[in-house]
Design a binder for this molecule. Structure first.
Ligand code: B12
Length: 222
Protein backbone atom coordinates (compact mmCIF):
# COMPACT_ATOMS: atom_id res chain seq x y z
CA UNK A 1 0.00 0.00 0.00
CA UNK A 2 1.44 3.40 -0.97
CA UNK A 3 1.80 6.16 1.63
CA UNK A 4 -1.06 8.08 0.03
CA UNK A 5 -3.30 5.00 0.16
CA UNK A 6 -2.56 4.79 3.88
CA UNK A 7 -3.71 8.41 4.25
CA UNK A 8 -6.89 7.57 2.33
CA UNK A 9 -7.62 4.56 4.52
CA UNK A 10 -7.07 6.54 7.71
CA UNK A 11 -9.23 9.41 6.47
CA UNK A 12 -12.03 7.03 5.40
CA UNK A 13 -11.97 5.37 8.85
CA UNK A 14 -12.11 8.74 10.59
CA UNK A 15 -15.17 9.63 8.47
CA UNK A 16 -16.92 6.34 9.20
CA UNK A 17 -16.23 6.68 12.92
CA UNK A 18 -17.47 10.27 12.89
CA UNK A 19 -14.18 11.71 14.17
CA UNK A 20 -13.96 15.29 12.91
CA UNK A 21 -10.78 16.28 14.74
CA UNK A 22 -8.94 13.15 13.62
CA UNK A 23 -10.05 13.61 10.00
CA UNK A 24 -8.87 17.19 10.02
CA UNK A 25 -5.53 16.27 11.59
CA UNK A 26 -4.93 13.54 8.99
CA UNK A 27 -5.43 16.02 6.14
CA UNK A 28 -3.38 18.77 7.80
CA UNK A 29 -0.55 16.33 8.39
CA UNK A 30 -0.70 15.12 4.77
CA UNK A 31 -0.42 18.70 3.54
CA UNK A 32 2.51 19.43 5.82
CA UNK A 33 4.16 16.17 4.68
CA UNK A 34 4.51 17.66 1.21
CA UNK A 35 1.49 16.06 -0.38
CA UNK A 36 -0.02 18.49 -2.86
CA UNK A 37 -3.46 19.95 -2.45
CA UNK A 38 -4.51 17.91 -5.50
CA UNK A 39 -3.26 14.70 -3.80
CA UNK A 40 -5.28 15.59 -0.74
CA UNK A 41 -8.41 16.38 -2.76
CA UNK A 42 -8.02 13.03 -4.50
CA UNK A 43 -7.78 11.25 -1.13
CA UNK A 44 -10.92 13.05 0.08
CA UNK A 45 -12.80 12.29 -3.15
CA UNK A 46 -11.91 8.58 -3.01
CA UNK A 47 -12.94 8.42 0.66
CA UNK A 48 -16.34 9.94 -0.21
CA UNK A 49 -16.77 7.49 -3.10
CA UNK A 50 -16.04 4.60 -0.68
CA UNK A 51 -18.59 6.03 1.74
CA UNK A 52 -21.15 6.09 -1.09
CA UNK A 53 -20.38 2.47 -2.01
CA UNK A 54 -20.82 1.37 1.61
CA UNK A 55 -24.10 3.24 1.83
CA UNK A 56 -25.32 1.66 -1.41
CA UNK A 57 -24.61 -1.85 -0.06
CA UNK A 58 -26.22 -1.01 3.32
CA UNK A 59 -22.91 -1.49 5.14
CA UNK A 60 -23.27 1.93 6.70
CA UNK A 61 -26.36 3.91 7.60
CA UNK A 62 -27.63 7.13 6.06
CA UNK A 63 -26.64 8.87 9.30
CA UNK A 64 -23.03 7.69 8.92
CA UNK A 65 -22.99 8.92 5.35
CA UNK A 66 -24.34 12.31 6.44
CA UNK A 67 -21.75 12.55 9.21
CA UNK A 68 -18.97 11.74 6.70
CA UNK A 69 -20.27 14.49 4.40
CA UNK A 70 -20.46 17.04 7.20
CA UNK A 71 -16.90 16.25 8.33
CA UNK A 72 -15.57 16.55 4.77
CA UNK A 73 -17.41 19.83 4.30
CA UNK A 74 -15.71 21.12 7.45
CA UNK A 75 -12.28 19.89 6.36
CA UNK A 76 -12.66 21.44 2.89
CA UNK A 77 -13.67 24.78 4.37
CA UNK A 78 -10.73 24.76 6.76
CA UNK A 79 -8.15 24.00 4.09
CA UNK A 80 -9.70 26.60 1.74
CA UNK A 81 -9.50 29.45 4.22
CA UNK A 82 -6.11 30.61 3.02
CA UNK A 83 -6.78 30.42 -0.72
CA UNK A 84 -9.52 33.01 -0.60
CA UNK A 85 -6.79 35.56 0.02
CA UNK A 86 -5.09 34.70 -3.30
CA UNK A 87 -7.63 35.97 -5.76
CA UNK A 88 -7.17 39.33 -7.43
CA UNK A 89 -10.15 41.60 -7.96
CA UNK A 90 -9.05 42.34 -11.52
CA UNK A 91 -8.53 38.72 -12.61
CA UNK A 92 -10.99 36.41 -14.37
CA UNK A 93 -14.33 35.73 -12.71
CA UNK A 94 -15.81 32.27 -12.35
CA UNK A 95 -19.33 31.24 -11.40
CA UNK A 96 -19.40 27.80 -9.75
CA UNK A 97 -22.47 25.75 -8.92
CA UNK A 98 -24.25 22.40 -9.10
CA UNK A 99 -26.89 22.20 -11.78
CA UNK A 100 -30.56 22.53 -10.84
CA UNK A 101 -31.80 19.31 -9.14
CA UNK A 102 -28.27 18.38 -8.00
CA UNK A 103 -27.68 18.83 -4.28
CA UNK A 104 -24.16 17.28 -4.29
CA UNK A 105 -21.67 20.05 -3.67
CA UNK A 106 -18.28 18.89 -2.33
CA UNK A 107 -16.77 18.72 -5.84
CA UNK A 108 -17.76 22.33 -6.47
CA UNK A 109 -16.23 23.39 -3.14
CA UNK A 110 -12.93 21.94 -4.38
CA UNK A 111 -13.22 23.58 -7.81
CA UNK A 112 -13.91 26.94 -6.24
CA UNK A 113 -10.86 26.67 -4.03
CA UNK A 114 -8.65 25.69 -6.95
CA UNK A 115 -9.86 28.68 -8.98
CA UNK A 116 -9.03 30.95 -6.02
CA UNK A 117 -5.54 29.47 -5.80
CA UNK A 118 -5.11 30.41 -9.46
CA UNK A 119 -6.14 33.92 -8.44
CA UNK A 120 -9.57 33.82 -10.04
CA UNK A 121 -12.42 35.59 -8.34
CA UNK A 122 -15.23 33.13 -7.67
CA UNK A 123 -18.96 33.52 -7.25
CA UNK A 124 -20.51 30.54 -5.52
CA UNK A 125 -24.08 30.12 -6.74
CA UNK A 126 -24.63 27.00 -4.62
CA UNK A 127 -26.18 23.57 -5.17
CA UNK A 128 -29.45 22.96 -7.07
CA UNK A 129 -29.41 26.45 -8.55
CA UNK A 130 -32.45 27.29 -10.71
CA UNK A 131 -31.61 27.59 -14.41
CA UNK A 132 -34.05 30.48 -14.72
CA UNK A 133 -31.91 32.69 -12.43
CA UNK A 134 -28.52 31.91 -13.90
CA UNK A 135 -28.09 33.88 -17.11
CA UNK A 136 -29.11 37.20 -15.60
CA UNK A 137 -26.47 36.81 -12.84
CA UNK A 138 -23.79 35.55 -15.22
CA UNK A 139 -24.27 38.62 -17.39
CA UNK A 140 -24.67 41.10 -14.54
CA UNK A 141 -21.42 39.90 -12.95
CA UNK A 142 -19.59 39.76 -16.29
CA UNK A 143 -18.59 36.16 -15.64
CA UNK A 144 -15.68 34.75 -17.71
CA UNK A 145 -15.92 31.09 -16.71
CA UNK A 146 -18.98 29.02 -15.82
CA UNK A 147 -18.14 25.74 -14.06
CA UNK A 148 -20.86 23.37 -12.95
CA UNK A 149 -21.32 19.87 -11.66
CA UNK A 150 -23.66 17.07 -12.71
CA UNK A 151 -23.63 14.14 -10.27
CA UNK A 152 -26.37 11.74 -11.37
CA UNK A 153 -27.87 10.76 -14.73
CA UNK A 154 -31.15 12.18 -13.44
CA UNK A 155 -29.57 15.65 -13.38
CA UNK A 156 -28.78 15.66 -17.09
CA UNK A 157 -32.16 17.07 -18.17
CA UNK A 158 -31.49 20.29 -16.27
CA UNK A 159 -27.97 20.43 -17.72
CA UNK A 160 -29.47 20.10 -21.21
CA UNK A 161 -31.95 22.89 -20.42
CA UNK A 162 -29.10 25.11 -19.20
CA UNK A 163 -27.07 24.25 -22.29
CA UNK A 164 -29.86 25.55 -24.53
CA UNK A 165 -29.60 28.96 -22.85
CA UNK A 166 -25.79 29.09 -22.77
CA UNK A 167 -25.70 28.22 -26.46
CA UNK A 168 -27.79 31.30 -27.29
CA UNK A 169 -25.27 33.75 -25.80
CA UNK A 170 -23.12 35.87 -28.10
CA UNK A 171 -20.10 33.68 -29.02
CA UNK A 172 -17.80 36.73 -28.86
CA UNK A 173 -18.61 37.62 -25.26
CA UNK A 174 -20.04 34.48 -23.66
CA UNK A 175 -18.22 32.80 -20.78
CA UNK A 176 -16.14 29.66 -21.19
CA UNK A 177 -18.25 26.70 -20.06
CA UNK A 178 -16.61 23.91 -18.04
CA UNK A 179 -18.51 20.83 -16.95
CA UNK A 180 -17.66 17.95 -14.66
CA UNK A 181 -19.10 15.57 -12.10
CA UNK A 182 -19.71 11.94 -11.22
CA UNK A 183 -22.51 11.49 -13.80
CA UNK A 184 -19.91 11.71 -16.58
CA UNK A 185 -17.65 9.20 -14.80
CA UNK A 186 -20.52 6.72 -14.91
CA UNK A 187 -21.49 7.50 -18.51
CA UNK A 188 -19.25 9.71 -20.62
CA UNK A 189 -21.73 9.66 -23.51
CA UNK A 190 -23.88 12.08 -21.47
CA UNK A 191 -21.41 14.77 -22.53
CA UNK A 192 -22.91 14.61 -26.03
CA UNK A 193 -26.11 16.11 -24.66
CA UNK A 194 -24.58 19.22 -23.09
CA UNK A 195 -22.97 22.38 -24.41
CA UNK A 196 -19.44 22.93 -23.06
CA UNK A 197 -15.98 24.12 -23.97
CA UNK A 198 -14.08 21.86 -21.57
CA UNK A 199 -14.80 18.73 -19.62
CA UNK A 200 -12.42 17.61 -16.87
CA UNK A 201 -12.92 14.29 -15.17
CA UNK A 202 -11.00 15.16 -12.03
CA UNK A 203 -9.73 18.18 -10.19
CA UNK A 204 -6.23 17.08 -11.22
CA UNK A 205 -7.18 17.44 -14.89
CA UNK A 206 -8.66 20.88 -14.23
CA UNK A 207 -5.51 21.97 -12.41
CA UNK A 208 -3.42 20.95 -15.45
CA UNK A 209 -5.55 23.21 -17.64
CA UNK A 210 -5.31 26.10 -15.18
CA UNK A 211 -1.55 25.69 -14.97
CA UNK A 212 -1.29 25.96 -18.76
CA UNK A 213 -3.65 28.93 -18.91
CA UNK A 214 -2.11 31.17 -16.27
CA UNK A 215 -1.83 34.06 -18.72
CA UNK A 216 -5.50 33.86 -19.65
CA UNK A 217 -6.46 34.00 -15.99
CA UNK A 218 -4.43 37.10 -15.25
CA UNK A 219 -5.97 38.98 -18.15
CA UNK A 220 -8.28 41.66 -16.76
CA UNK A 221 -11.92 41.46 -17.77
CA UNK A 222 -13.03 44.44 -19.84
C1 B12 B 1 -22.36 12.91 -0.05
C2 B12 B 1 -23.40 12.32 -0.97
C3 B12 B 1 -24.70 12.84 -0.89
C4 B12 B 1 -25.05 14.05 -0.04
C5 B12 B 1 -24.52 15.34 -0.72
C6 B12 B 1 -24.30 16.50 0.26
C7 B12 B 1 -23.40 17.57 -0.29
N1 B12 B 1 -23.42 18.67 0.41
O1 B12 B 1 -22.71 17.43 -1.27
C8 B12 B 1 -26.61 13.94 0.01
C9 B12 B 1 -27.02 13.21 1.28
C10 B12 B 1 -27.39 15.26 -0.07
C11 B12 B 1 -26.90 13.03 -1.17
C12 B12 B 1 -28.14 12.91 -1.73
C13 B12 B 1 -28.46 11.98 -2.72
N2 B12 B 1 -27.63 11.05 -3.24
CO1 B12 B 1 -25.72 11.09 -2.99
N3 B12 B 1 -23.94 10.73 -2.66
C14 B12 B 1 -23.07 11.29 -1.88
C15 B12 B 1 -21.68 10.59 -2.05
C16 B12 B 1 -21.51 9.59 -0.91
C17 B12 B 1 -20.47 11.49 -2.10
C18 B12 B 1 -20.55 12.63 -3.14
C19 B12 B 1 -19.29 13.43 -3.04
O2 B12 B 1 -19.25 14.43 -2.37
N4 B12 B 1 -18.20 12.94 -3.64
C20 B12 B 1 -16.88 13.61 -3.55
C21 B12 B 1 -16.77 14.67 -4.65
C22 B12 B 1 -15.52 15.49 -4.47
O3 B12 B 1 -16.70 13.95 -5.88
P1 B12 B 1 -17.31 14.48 -7.23
O4 B12 B 1 -18.51 15.29 -7.01
O5 B12 B 1 -17.39 13.33 -8.17
O6 B12 B 1 -16.19 15.50 -7.75
C23 B12 B 1 -14.95 15.10 -8.34
C24 B12 B 1 -15.04 15.02 -9.87
O7 B12 B 1 -16.26 14.48 -10.33
C25 B12 B 1 -14.80 16.43 -10.32
N5 B12 B 1 -15.93 17.33 -10.46
C26 B12 B 1 -17.10 17.41 -9.80
N6 B12 B 1 -17.81 18.47 -10.20
C27 B12 B 1 -17.09 19.10 -11.14
C28 B12 B 1 -17.35 20.25 -11.88
C29 B12 B 1 -16.38 20.69 -12.79
C30 B12 B 1 -16.65 21.95 -13.56
C31 B12 B 1 -15.17 19.96 -12.97
C32 B12 B 1 -14.16 20.42 -13.96
C33 B12 B 1 -14.92 18.80 -12.23
C34 B12 B 1 -15.87 18.39 -11.32
O8 B12 B 1 -13.95 16.99 -9.31
C35 B12 B 1 -14.03 16.27 -8.07
C36 B12 B 1 -12.62 15.86 -7.68
O9 B12 B 1 -11.95 15.17 -8.69
C37 B12 B 1 -21.90 9.93 -3.44
C38 B12 B 1 -20.93 8.79 -3.76
C39 B12 B 1 -20.16 9.09 -5.02
N7 B12 B 1 -19.69 8.06 -5.67
O10 B12 B 1 -19.96 10.23 -5.41
C40 B12 B 1 -23.38 9.60 -3.39
C41 B12 B 1 -24.17 9.38 -4.69
C42 B12 B 1 -23.71 10.35 -5.77
N8 B12 B 1 -25.54 9.69 -4.29
C43 B12 B 1 -26.40 8.89 -4.77
C44 B12 B 1 -27.81 8.97 -4.55
C45 B12 B 1 -28.65 7.84 -5.09
C46 B12 B 1 -28.37 10.07 -3.87
C47 B12 B 1 -29.86 10.36 -3.61
C48 B12 B 1 -30.82 10.02 -4.76
C49 B12 B 1 -30.20 9.59 -2.32
C50 B12 B 1 -31.66 9.69 -1.90
N9 B12 B 1 -32.35 8.58 -2.08
O11 B12 B 1 -32.11 10.72 -1.48
C51 B12 B 1 -29.84 11.87 -3.28
C52 B12 B 1 -30.00 12.76 -4.52
C53 B12 B 1 -29.86 14.22 -4.21
C54 B12 B 1 -29.94 15.11 -5.43
N10 B12 B 1 -31.13 15.49 -5.85
O12 B12 B 1 -28.91 15.47 -5.97
C55 B12 B 1 -25.76 7.82 -5.66
C56 B12 B 1 -25.98 8.11 -7.14
C57 B12 B 1 -26.14 6.84 -7.94
C58 B12 B 1 -26.07 7.13 -9.41
N11 B12 B 1 -25.05 6.61 -10.07
O13 B12 B 1 -26.88 7.82 -9.96
C59 B12 B 1 -24.26 7.88 -5.20
C60 B12 B 1 -23.24 7.55 -6.30
C61 B12 B 1 -24.13 6.87 -4.02
C62 B12 B 1 -24.15 5.44 -4.46
N12 B12 B 1 -23.00 4.78 -4.54
O14 B12 B 1 -25.19 4.90 -4.74
N13 B12 B 1 -25.79 12.37 -1.58
Amino acid sequence: MSALEVVREKYTNALLNGHTREAYDIIKEALSNQYSLIDVYTVITDAMYSTGDLWETNDISIVQEHVATAITQFVLTQISAESVKSFQMDSKKAAVFSVESNTHYLGIQMIKNLFNIYQMQTFEFGPNVPNSDLIERIQALNIDVVAYSVTMTEHIDKAVELSETLKMLDPETRPIVIVGGYAFHCDETLLKQVFYDHYFKTIKDLSGWLEEGKEFIKHTTA
